[in-house]
Design a protein around this ligand. Structure first.
Ligand SMILES: [Mg+2]
Length: 359
């Protein structure tokens, strides 16, 4: 889909009249190649439309702010998410409790975390996966496929599954690349080689095709791009167009809307998986707060965004060990920014100035 050499995160800081603050993040995978929002559009939606509407409102009224944002701004879910996270974070800090408590309380302290293998080279991916299993960092792997001929992709998955055996769970993400015909061959081949789950095999809008694939094969079919908030979740559930929901807080439109997607999935008997938009530790912390309150996260998480970045922007980085990601402790979302790093990495910061000067 896209090769990412840098990631742009839009960070939000809301200052409240009692001196408290809340922080949030809006980040998208690969900008406009993935979805309708870009870092620039997120910033513009917040600065131009959302911020003026929220100034002067009661900071504790998160639901009221959400309803106002939904009324004044259509779509732009990632922009709304960034602001909403900062509102929850501020509320949690003022109350001295984690955001998970505001959603009824965490039922777990850590969750399984998958890793993505996307080199496309079987030997490279096998070596990387074996190292991850050896160091006990990951034993769930999601392969990004769909660019090559279906048979070649299935053979690639088969080689990796054979090398790892039962020590790891192998899943694939097609990112909508297959036609329905390709997907039929693909799903048949994938389940025969021991792949457990296929994510968004065909275009999100082909609900009938997704329903056919869901009912025709044993391999679990997961909806990702098809899920943009609770209304989509209801549509997908009603069409039996997925076995599993990849719930992403940003794609859902925030923590509250993601909790509604989760509720619809639970009510429909659909499996749940915590997805990522490749956010930094900040938004990952926010996601962990919500997902820690979910009774059963059947397929675990892929909340590994911070591990893909070459540097850390949190003063208290997200902790990964023993195949799991830990839920951050402390009030709010449990994340504190490293202000020096923010100054360095911001677009008008030292990193950009050094690059412009050829250093
Ligand atoms: Mg996906």
């Amino acid at each position: 889909m896209a090769t990412m050499r840098l990631q742009s995160a839009v960070l939000v800081r809301i200052k409240f009249s009692d001196g408290s603050e809340g922080i949030g993040e809006g980040t998208t995978i690969g900008g406009l190649t993935y979805g309708p929002e870009s870092p620039e559009s997120i910033q513009s939606a917040i600065d131009t439309y959302i911020t003026p509407s929220l100034i002067g409102r009661s900071a504790d009224d998160v639901n009221g702010a959400l309803q106002l944002m939904d009324k004044l701004v259509r779509g732009n879910r990632i922009a709304k998410t960034a602001v909403e996270i900062a509102l929850w974070d501020g509320l949690g800090k003022r109350l001295g409790m984690p955001v998970s408590q505001l959603f009824g309380g965490a039922v777990v302290t850590k969750m399984p975390v998958a890793w993505t293998l996307a080199s496309g080279n079987s030997e490279t991916d096998i070596a990387e996966a074996l190292e991850m299993v050896e160091t006990r960092r990951h034993n769930i792997f999601k392969l990004k496929i769909g660019k090559r001929d279906v048979r070649d992709d299935v053979a690639h998955v088969a080689r990796i599954k054979e090398a790892l055996g039962d020590t790891a769970s192998i899943r694939v993400d097609i990112n909508q690349a297959w036609s329905l015909e390709e997907a039929r061959w693909g799903l048949k081949g994938l389940q025969d080689v021991g792949c457990e789950l296929v994510e968004q095999p065909i275009e999100a809008r082909y609900l009938d095709g997704m329903a056919e694939l869901t009912s025709s094969y044993e391999i679990a079919v997961m909806a990702d791009e098809a899920l943009n908030g609770p209304q989509d979740a209801l549509t997908v559930a009603a069409h039996h167009a997925a076995d599993v929901f990849a719930v992403k807080i940003a794609q859902s439109g925030g923590l509250k809307r993601a909790s509604e997607v989760i509720a619809i999935g639970q009510a429909a008997g659909i499996g749940l998986y915590a997805g990522t938009m490749l956010e930094t530790g900040l938004s990952t912390a926010a996601a962990l707060q919500l997902f820690s309150t979910v009774e059963k996260l059947h397929w675990g998480t892929e909340l590994f965004g911070p591990l893909l970045l070459t540097d850390e922007i949190l003063a208290n980085p997200i902790v990964y060990n023993d195949f799991c990601v830990e839920v951050p402790q402390g009030p709010g979302i449990g994340a504190t920014l490293d202000t020096d790093k923010i100054e360095f990495y911001r677009r008008d910061g030292a990193r950009s100035l050094n690059a412009a000067a050829g250093e």
